[in-house]
Ligand binder design. Structure first.
Ligand SMILES: Cc1cc2nc3c(=O)[nH]c(=O)nc-3n(C[C@H](O)[C@H](O)[C@H](O)COP(=O)(O)OP(=O)(O)OC[C@H]3O[C@@H](n4cnc5c(N)ncnc54)[C@H](O)[C@@H]3O)c2cc1C
Length: 379
């Protein structure tokens, strides 16, 4: 919070914290246990206008800068990472349209995304095309005034509950990544099906699906922007979204640090609170310092995204790399501070540790973040 210098930002965070305390925190353990999408919380976020944070005003939203999406996702992730993905996933699915779409497309889809009346997902990954997303096998063939899409996407966040998917498909495989295009696909189209609802280690309340597109037809007007530009839109989208994952990582790390601090002050061994042992106090100090550093990086990356700064890919990747590693370390150390109780499912520590792990994997693994950072350095 220490970088927030505008009154509106502080007020926004206060509102979020109140909402998280009232609505999200009491539901977090149950969401994890039941592995259910929290429709009730989606409505709460909708009422607060959180889906409009990534949509500019002229397209029906209330975007005031990328930092606001980061703030919302961090605050929700303090209590429940699964729930934070509802806001994050919506921004991710919409961003390719904002980046590459025509004015008509932004005007058409912006208001429905911003209101939360539709859920939109981002469909890039395939079983044979993960880090190497350019190796995708999904094809879109133009037939008259339609495109016919065939293929399967995997691990798609919110895919099983989405109304729209931004699907990336090859329109000209001979051109490699320059032959990839993006399409807005309504999930009520004939030929769409959810083949699998994944069982996961963490973020269990966030639906992750395998989605099949079989001779699925969309009107040519559903092509986002221009043919052959899909890969550029996909990569630019990830530049905007990685600081948000960094914010999510800071959120879960902060949640774990707050709980560990409270636990250390209350838990008595050898006749005194364990917080009084230097070994524990120094652990907490390292956790706090690393979290502050990660958050500074995330805010800075969010600013570069807003400024369309040429260094935004570099810093976005760095913010996700650092914040996700910090989240994994802090959640692990928090569990350690809680000892045997930390290992029990009765306490939130183990859930936080499981949830933190995903931030090192999705939107590009941390190995891929290092590739991006080193590529920029060595240019
Ligand atoms: C819960 C969840 C939600 C997701 N949500 C979405 C979503 O909404 N939309 C979407 O499109 N995708 C989504 N993904 C996919 C995610 O982005 C990919 O899983 C991720 O990019 C890695 O791809 P992969 O799993 O195929 O791993 P692989 O690419 O097979 O990588 C396996 C290992 O090899 C390493 N590796 C790969 N290439 C290199 C290299 N060149 N140098 C060094 N190491 C390398 C990786 O770092 C990793 O450790 C989601 C994934 C998960 C688990």
């Amino acid at each position: 919070m220490y970088l927030l210098n505008q009154e509106e930002q502080k007020m926004f965070v206060d509102q979020l914290r109140k909402m998280v305390d009232d609505k999200v925190r009491p539901r977090a353990a149950e969401i994890d246990e039941k592995e259910e999408f929290p429709w009730d919380l989606k409505e709460v976020f909708q009422e607060m206008g959180l889906f409009g944070l990534s949509v500019p005003e002229q397209y029906g939203g209330n975007r005031q800068g990328h930092l606001y999406t980061c703030l919302a996702v961090e605050e929700i992730a303090v209590a429940c990472v699964s729930s934070s993905l509802i806001v994050q996933g919506q921004a991710l699915g919409w961003e390719p349209i904002l980046i590459g779409g025509t004015e008509e497309q932004k005007k058409k889809y912006g208001p429905m995304v911003a209101s939360g009346d539709v859920i939109i997902s981002y469909g890039l990954t395939e079983s044979g095309a993960g880090s190497d997303s350019g190796a995708m096998a999904t094809r879109a063939v133009k037939k008259g005034d339609k495109y016919v899409i065939n293929g399967t996407k995997c691990f798609i966040t919110n895919g099983p509950v989405a109304n729209l998917i931004t699907v990336f498909a090859m329109t000209d495989a001979s051109k490699g990544v320059k032959g990839i295009s993006a399409f807005v696909v309504p999930t009520d189209s004939p030929g769409f099906s959810v083949a699998k609802w994944e069982k996961k280690m963490g973020i269990k309340g966030s639906p992750t699906g395998e989605l099949v597109f079989e001779d699925l037809e969309v009107p040519a007007e559903n092509l986002v922007g221009q043919e052959g530009k899909g890969f550029v839109y996909a990569m630019k989208t990830l530049d905007t979204s990685r600081p948000v994952i960094g914010a999510q990582a800071c959120g879960v790390a902060r949640g774990a640090l707050e709980l560990a601090t409270k636990y250390a002050k209350e838990r008595v061994q050898f006749g005194r609170p364990i917080a009084n042992f230097q070994g524990i106090g120094w652990m907490l100090a390292d956790m706090a310092a690393e979290l502050e550093a990660a958050r500074c990086l995330v805010y800075q990356a969010a600013q570069l995204v807003d400024d369309n700064n040429p260094n935004k890919s570099y810093l976005s990747a760095a913010s996700k790399l650092v914040a996700s590693n910090v989240a994994m370390k802090i959640t692990t150390d928090a569990l350690q501070i809680a000892g045997g109780y930390g290992y029990m499912r009765e306490y939130p520590f183990e859930r936080m540790m499981r949830d933190a792990k995903i931030t090192q994997i999705y939107e590009g693994t941390n190995q891929i973040m290092k590739l991006i950072i080193s590529r920029e350095l060595l240019k």
